[in-house]
Design a protein around this ligand. Sequence first.
Ligand code: CA2
Length: 145
Amino acid sequence: MAKRVLVLNGPNLNMLGTREPDIYGAQTLGDIAALCQSGGESLGLTVDFRQSNHEGELVTWIQEARGGADGIVINPAAYSHTSVAIHDALKAAGLPVVEVHLSNIHQREPFRHHSYVSAVAYGVICGFGAVGYSLALQALAEKLQ
Ligand code: CA2
């Protein structure tokens, strides 16, 4: 049976492709969703791709993933650097988590160097742009085999 992966995206990622292409690339979130759908299909994964600007909504989706998904790929965006709530929800979900960032957060401002999510992820991918999502799905497919 196909493994189910929840791909979550945090605040402002719905704005991708409209500004700062030098940092985040020119692709829209819709483009990345399509990449995940096709990449997931070829890996035998069912991908549920979502974005929210609201911390609580992301927490609720993570809670619902327990029982409804086999793994999580998450780009928590700015909440990476602030959210104990997302950290706690991911820990409680008990599912394998891969954290993705489009940009290399370690090359940027110091406040982006720490992520509350990294401690509950089994892997972190950053700096490869949209390709990072494909790499995350590939890693998760291996893990879920
Ligand atoms: O590099 C990443 O993927 C980030 O998670 C993106 C977040 C940022 O806060 C993290 O430090 C690193 C920001 C996403 C906002 O993206 C925009 C794109 C275009 C226009 C406005 C915002």
